[in-house]
Write a protein that binds this ligand. Structure first.
Ligand SMILES: N[C@@H](CCC(=O)OP(=O)(O)O)C(=O)O
Length: 435
């Protein structure tokens, strides 16, 4: 797979609805031009719920008509990340007959729409397509991530077009990735793609939209400007059927751009090939000036969810921060949360409460707790000194994974702090033998 030829194209729900109703859109021709020149588009496609809704409304059966009538769209609930089942609610049920109808919700619409969506791609492209439905868990663990990546590569090797969406029909709302814009950035990183087009109804970033409808052709973020609060000026409003607004698009584009991808927010008429080959400007081009971030670092910081906390003392924190040292068991003072071996965890400095690193645990949380308890035991009972129960370095924390600062949004404080302090486990010899 030639990653310089891999083009990730993400389409929002509104655009997909439009394409669904206009089979002759110029979009399909533009894609064909890419194929003709040997590029390999990878599609991240929203719209299952939107298409499901369209189909549902047109269903002829009396039951469907009745239910369709009774569904009302709760606009007020359309907040960022509020893509919950409650968005589609039934009117208060009037009769016993109505009560027997299923509750119409996002999962039902998504499962109706996802099939339509794949059909649309197969017909529009006239070539084999593959459906890949994912959720956050597939990106959390390195082995899952690698398996997913291998599937993509295999499909591309055989000229099959991957069409990716979230598993809206089956996954719990809280196990999905926050929106498909972010999913597209993860896919860019996974494949090392050099191009990302975020195709949206709005077609780019506007200055003071809708007052002044002037498109920003290049949106540049320089490293020293990282304090620039674009969230103050760019709306997070999203379409009725989608979950990501312009702010989420920009966030995702910046993530991808930091990995060295050329990113555009554009409409569905974008001449993809012309933009790539002639470096033409179209919509908004997102330029990020810093050195590309290593892919594994991006995965660790922005993709994989943290499953717990390791709390360390200030000596260990200094060693991690300034000397790129390994984190040894002796620097650990506590853990929070329950995590397995190889889970992603954050490292917190006890005194300041600051999250200073994120890494892959070499031990599970129980092993660390037991080791801490052994240490206490050792201090109070010098006859009981187990050795070599755990490796010295409990965290696979490559130096480049240590970060001085993690964006506040990326920090998930673990709700259960009870384990941090006073976690005394009384150990008996038998338990040690089990280790
Ligand atoms: N996965 C959902 C859409 C989620 C989403 O991020 O939507 P959008 O903001 O329109 O890109 C669906 O297929 O309906």
């Amino acid at each position: 797979m030639d990653s310089s030829k891999t083009v990730v194209i993400k389409l929002g729900s509104q655009v997909v609805s439009k394409l669904f109703n206009d089979r002759h859109s110029v979009f399909w021709q533009q894609l064909q031009l890419l194929y003709d020149k040997g590029y390999q588009p990878v599609i991240v496609c929203s719209g299952a719920v939107a298409l499901g809704w369209q189909v549902f409304q047109s269903m002829a059966s009396d039951k469907a008509k009745l239910l369709s009538k009774s569904i009302r769209f709760e606009k007020a609930q359309l907040q960022k990340h509020s893509f919950q089942k409650e968005q589609f609610q039934t009117e208060p049920k009037q009769t016993a007959k109505h009560q027997s109808y299923p509750v119409a919700n996002k999962t039902m619409l998504a499962s109706i729409g996802q099939g339509e969506l794949i059909n649309m791609w197969r017909n529009g492209l006239g070539r084999p397509v593959a459906q890949i439905l994912v959720e956050q868990a597939h990106f959390n663990e390195r082995h899952c991530y690698n398996d997913l990546s291998a599937t993509f590569r295999q499909l591309l090797k055989h000229d099959v077009v991957p069409i990716i969406n979230q598993n809206d029909a089956l996954a719990e709302a809280n196990s999905l990735i926050s929106n498909n814009d972010r999913l597209a950035a993860h896919v860019v990183n996974m494949l090392g793609a050099k191009w990302l087009f975020m195709v949206s109804e709005v077609g780019g970033i506007y200055r003071d939209y809708p007052t002044c409808q002037q498109l920003v052709s290049v949106f540049e973020v320089k490293e020293p400007d990282s304090e620039y609060r674009y969230e103050d000026v760019i709306s997070s409003d999203c379409s009725a059927m989608g979950t990501g607004g312009m702010r989420e698009k920009l966030d995702a584009a910046l993530l991808a751009a930091r990995q060295g991808a050329q990113c555009f927010i554009c409409d569905e008429k974008a001449p993809f090939l012309h933009i790539i080959e002639s470096r033409a400007t179209y919509g908004t081009y997102i330029r990020y000036s810093s050195q590309p971030v290593k892919r594994i670092k991006h995965w660790l910081l922005n993709t994989a969810e943290s499953k717990g906390l390791i709390i360390i003392d200030s000596g260990a924190a200094t060693a991690l921060r300034h000397r790129n040292a390994s984190l040894l068991m002796s620097g650990i003072v506590g853990v929070a949360g329950t995590f397995s071996k190889q889970a992603i965890v954050e490292v917190k400095e006890q005194g300041t409460g600051e999250i200073i690193a994120k890494g892959m645990a070499r031990l599970n949380s129980n092993q660390i707790l037991i080791n801490l308890a052994l240490r206490q035991n050792q201090a109070s009972n010098s006859q009981f000194i187990p050795s070599n129960i755990v490796p010295d370095n409990p965290l696979h924390l490559a130096s480049e994974w240590v970060v001085d600062k993690i964006e506040h949004n990326d920090i998930q404080e673990h709700p259960d702090n009870s384990l941090i302090k006073g976690s005394t486990i009384v150990l008996h010899r038998n338990q040690c033998a089990l280790l």
